[in-house]
Design a protein around this ligand. Structure first.
Ligand SMILES: [Fe+2]
Ligand SMILES: [Fe+2]
Length: 370
């Protein structure tokens, strides 16, 4: 039997204890409510001394009776916590706990199937995918694929963000590589080699395998619970770009000279996916060039999507993005009177009428005839 009913308002998803410049502790928090809305929150040092040691913020706590006020920091809305009650886990009904489980942003099983069990994989590619999956299972990291973000802060930094990023790139590649003849035939039309003007130039199997495996090394990089980056020797030494390359080198079937060539092209696309500016290898093949650009499109659009969400909450203002090197402009960024479209308004009717009369009256006359 439960005692009084636990009225849970937030679950603490992340709780980071930090120090101010004057060496006083404060907390940077991420809270989740029962509607799956996340909140950035802070507890400042003026509140902390009033909290008993065992009730200090910790990941996984359930809070009720929360007292807070809003603050805007660098254009970002934050909750500033002034007080809260911590429930003991046994005080909370399982059904209530269920409401506070953070859900991935995407149907994870659908995307995993689309990646590894695509029905049009050629036999060698299919074998490669199954071997990679087996490898990750043996390493005990496979299940993390459902939770990890694609980035810690730059892009797709949400539960399931990694799969969302791959899903977007697969969609984009499908649109790019369908031939005219295959339009309207859905997935079946995707076993083609590029748009109609470039037939034969792009090996779609390589491009698609590149999309599936380009960030696979990130599975070692993130903690599936906190979604934080976790330092590890693989990414310290090789970065995630090369983890996929190693897997292809190890598991690709080299049964002919043509197969060796395709394996190499796939490895090149993976190694070069960070592009000419940021990567150690510059993209040199059509698949590598496309892979790099699709990666960028998906990542940059995610920055805009988050800015759009923030702008809706914060009255139009957006935050500087390190990835874009700029503050994103999103719909609603400019109030209507400042919009460039305001300059293109129809001239008002009265002025237009006066202009016509003037023209008609003096048309074709010399100055001294007027
Ligand atoms: Fe990457
Ligand atoms: Fe990526």
């Amino acid at each position: 039997m439960l005692g009084r009913e636990a009225k849970v308002e937030y679950k603490v998803i992340k709780a980071d204890r930090r120090m101010t410049k004057t060496n006083e502790p404060y907390y940077v928090l991420e809270l989740l409510d029962a509607n799956q809305t996340k909140y950035e929150a802070r507890i400042w040092n003026d509140v902390i001394p009033g909290i008993q040691e065992r009730f200090l913020p910790q990941e996984g706590q359930y809070w009720g009776s929360v007292k807070s006020h809003d603050n805007v920091y660098r254009g970002q809305k934050q909750l500033v916590i002034d007080g809260y009650w911590v429930y003991k886990p046994e005080e909370i009904h399982a059904a209530v706990k269920e409401q506070f489980v953070e859900q991935p942003v995407i149907d994870v099983d659908r995307v995993i199937k689309r990646m590894f069990d695509w029905e049009f994989w050629e036999p060698d590619m299919y074998a490669l995918m199954q071997r990679v999956r087996e490898h990750l299972k043996q390493d005990g990291v496979w299940e993390k694929i459902k939770a990890i973000p694609a980035g810690a802060s730059y892009h797709h930094n949400v539960r399931g963000g990694f799969l969302l990023h791959i899903d977007e790139m697969l969609d984009l590649s499908g649109g790019l590589c369908r031939t005219e003849a295959s339009f309207g035939r859905e997935d079946k039309g995707m076993i083609v080699n590029g748009p109609v003007h470039y037939l034969g130039l792009i090996d779609y199997q390589i491009l698609r395998a590149g999309i599936v495996l380009h960030d696979i090394g990130k599975i070692y990089d993130y903690d599936e619970k906190t979604l934080y980056f976790q330092p590890n020797p693989i990414s310290d030494c090789l970065e995630h770009t090369l983890v996929g390359v190693l897997m292809v080198e190890r598991y690709w079937i080299k049964n002919s000279s043509e197969a060796v060539d395709r394996g190499l092209r796939l490895m090149h696309a993976l190694a070069a996916h960070h592009g000419p500016e940021m990567g150690a290898v510059k993209p040199k093949t059509p698949e590598a060039i496309i892979l790099h650009h699709l990666d960028m499109i998906s990542a940059h659009l995610d920055v805009c999507r988050r800015a759009y969400e923030d702008a809706k909450k914060n009255g139009g203002s957006t935050e500087y993005s390190r990835m874009l090197g700029a503050r994103p402009f999103v719909p609603g960024f400019f109030p209507p009177e400042q919009s460039i479209y305001a300059l293109r308004k129809e001239p008002d009717k009265k002025a237009a009428t006066e202009e016509v009369v003037t023209k008609d009256e003096f048309a074709g006359k010399l100055p001294w005839e007027v």
